[in-house]
Design a protein around this ligand. Structure first.
Ligand SMILES: *Cc1c(COP(=O)(O)O)cnc(C)c1O
Length: 230
């Protein structure tokens, strides 16, 4: 446990330094970027280790696995985000166990959240890379405008967007994907006259590029905890 804490501290500090440097290059404030610790596949002690090191946001990609850990540790211990594909039949459990649903990718999920009379914070997932293995709404302003319109009609608190950058090491392509989502966000804010402050962009291999393009939340798993066995 002491070893885990020390390792996570070292990794958090170095990630924060890289975030600060990228923010500075982009003329942004480092405080405007939060780290989310992605604790999927790891036991609940990893959540504790992240929180003890000052990380408030915790991400889990499976509703049942994450829910189990969150119930073990207590919902008020951190801000818990569901970041994986959310199926309709999981919505009931997700709104009970998580504060934020960050990967809403279908209108039927929006309808189901509203039907549950719950108001978790919501991000819409956008598939900026166009890779078929990835979920998310296509990066289409007209479509996203109608999805957001429906969510607003249902009075759901949509806070912004999440995307997973393109696979591989083409940094220009990765940066473009993040830039594209920021621009889509900016135009939707103007068109709908709403505030969509959150851009959840960037993972262990591409978070500095995401910060350069306006990310407000980087989702770090391997960077904080090392490689995953599963
Ligand atoms: C696993 C996962 C992450 C973290 O990935 P790392 O590469 O380990 O940083 C971030 N976002 C989502 C949606 C994930 O499923």
């Amino acid at each position: 446990m002491v070893e885990l804490l020390a390792k996570v501290k070292e990794n958090t500090d170095s990630a924060l330094a890289e975030i600060a440097e990228a923010a500075d290059r982009a003329g942004r404030q480092p405080e405007d970027v939060s780290i989310m610790a992605v604790t999927k596949t790891h036991p609940a002690e990893y959540i504790t280790a992240a929180v003890e090191n000052g990380i408030r946001h915790i991400g889990e990609n499976r509703i049942s696995e994450g829910g189990r850990k969150i119930r073990q540790i207590g919902l008020d211990y951190a801000v818990f985000h569901a970041i994986g594909v959310l199926h309709r039949k999981e919505v009931r459990q997700a709104v009970r166990d998580f504060h934020c649903l960050d990967a809403v990718h279908k209108i039927e999920i929006i309808e189901e959240i509203a039907r549950r009379n719950a108001s978790p914070l919501i991000l819409l997932e956008v598939n900026t890379s166009g890779e078929s293995a990835k979920k998310g709404f296509p990066p289409d302003i007209v479509l996203l405008e109608s999805v957001l319109g429906r969510a607003l009609e249902l009075e759901l608190p949509v806070r912004g967007f999440l995307t997973i950058g393109p696979l591989g090491s083409d940094q220009i392509r990765q940066r473009k994907a993040f830039e594209n989502l920021r621009k889509i966000r900016d135009s939707l804010e103007a068109r709908l006259k709403v505030s969509l402050p959150e851009l959840s962009m960037g993972m262990s291999d591409d978070f500095t590029l995401a910060v350069l393009e306006g990310s407000t939340m980087v989702r770090l798993g391997r960077r904080l905890f090392g490689s995953r066995k599963m």
